[in-house]
Design a protein around this ligand. Structure first.
Ligand code: NAD
Ligand code: IPM
Ligand code: MN
Length: 352
């Protein structure tokens, strides 16, 4: 019997709610397919600040490093918004986890489910056939540059090394080779020097992939193209902050913030899996959160960290069945609670 040893860090707001739903699905999957879950649950973010006075306790980081497979809910919320710099949940836990585990490649898919096409605010013909993946650089750029205040104001430095751009570009081209063989690199090279380096480096990497079509788009135009010709994209390669913003926009095509999972990977075997959404303080504690992004993130963990493709596919099929049958939360037009959706999917996996 295979052992699935991973670190579960539910975090704040809706993090523990969608996390509970994903854990119910993982338990049902383990039972059905005969593996053992060895879950190391730890505090992170605001919850860790409240209990232990630090957003990333040593034992949390040690467990993440040891298991190398991390399932994370979300961190942050109004309660901790008065905190500054690394005392904050986001800067003090999520960013150091990503950086210290070298999780530089963040993959975020956008493939609207047929059942959700009429739910999304865009016209059907703008959505049908959309299937792209954003390859977001996750450990560089403005997020990690020198930041601070001086007498006149504040600053955030944006830096990229050639190595940082090259390695994420290679990930994007490798992925494109397994898909529709197109990379759209998004930058702001008409203004930013880091974007000029980005574009030059991407062009050099592309020389090693003659079969892959490369296009460059400026990020401002990309926000428009994503709404008007989403079908034309395959792998969208972009830097840290642009990838953050563009993937929230992509969630509108997919139907909700609550349906897009993500995987953050490196060159080795370490992987962190989290929905792209945050702690959603506006709906936290009400059982309204859509757990699908978290459940799909858990499926990705089984597949990418533990090689359990069959199990991951069973979860993905159950998610699709929930959508087809209308077993969904209010953000998608349904009337089930977070835990009801989780339980429905767990049962479906069990009976599949
Ligand atoms: P958010 O993603 O939490 O919420 C944006 C909107 O989407 C809200 O209206 C929310 O109700 C809705 N939404 C999000 N997830 C949903 C779900 N699963 N089901 C239904 N609706 C959902 O973004 P925000 O409000 O800008 O940020 C709130 C907090 O979360 C901030 O402290 C922010 O720093 C943090 N955050 C954390 C992460 C993370 O931990 N990975 C990601 C994004 C934001
Ligand atoms: C995300 C989040 C984070 C980011 C925040 C909470 C630091 O928005 O994962 O999309 O900007 O990367
Ligand atoms: Mn974000």
């Amino acid at each position: 019997m295979a052992n699935i040893n991973f670190t579960y860090v539910p975090g704040d707001g809706i993090g523990p709610e969608v996390g509970d739903a994903a854990m119910a699905v993982l338990k049902a999957t383990a039972k059905k397919y005969g593996h053992v879950l060895e879950v190391e649950q730890h505090l992170i973010g605001g919850a860790a600040i409240d209990a232990l006075n630090t957003p990333l306790p040593d034992e949390t980081f040690a467990s993440c490093k040891k298991t190398g497979a991390i399932l994370l809910g979300a961190v942050g919320g109004p309660k901790w918004d008065h905190l500054k710099g690394a005392d904050r949940p986001e800067l003090g836990s999520l960013l150091p986890l990503r950086k210290n585990l070298n999780l530089y490649a963040n993959i975020r898919p956008c493939k609207p489910y047929p059942a959700l096409i009429d739910h999304a605010p865009l016209k059907r013909e703008r959505l049908e056939g959309t299937d792209f993946v954003v390859m977001r650089e996750l450990t560089g750029g403005i997020y990690f540059g020198d930041k601070g205040r001086d007498a006149q104001g504040a600053y955030d430095m944006c830096r990229y090394s050639k190595m940082e751009v090259k390695r994420i570009a290679i990930k994007a081209f490798d992925l494109a080779m397994t898909r529709k063989k197109k990379v759209t690199s998004v930058d702001k090279s008409n203004v930013l020097e880091t974007s000029r380096l980005w574009r030059e480096t991407v062009i050099k990497v592309a020389e090693g992939y003659p079969e892959v079509e490369l296009e460059h788009l400026l990020v401002d135009a990309m926000t428009m193209h994503m709404l008007t010709k989403a079908q034309s994209f395959d792998v969208v390669l972009t830097e840290n902050m642009f990838g953050d913003i563009l993937t929230d926009e992509a969630s509108v095509l997919a139907g909700s913030m609550g349906v897009i999972p993500s995987a953050s990977t490196s060159d080795g075997t370490v992987g962190m899996y989290e929905p792209i959404h945050g702690s959603a303080p506006d709906i936290a504690g009400q059982g309204k959160a859509n757990p699908l992004a978290m459940i799909l993130s858990a499926a990705w963990m089984l597949n990418l960290s533990f090689g359990m493709e069959t199990e991951a596919t069973a979860i993905e099929a159950a998610v699709e069945a929930a959508l087809e049958g209308g077993h969904i939360t209010a953000d998608l037009g349904g009337n089930l609670s977070t835990s009801q959706v989780g339980d429905w999917i767990a049962d479906h996996v069990n009976q599949s």
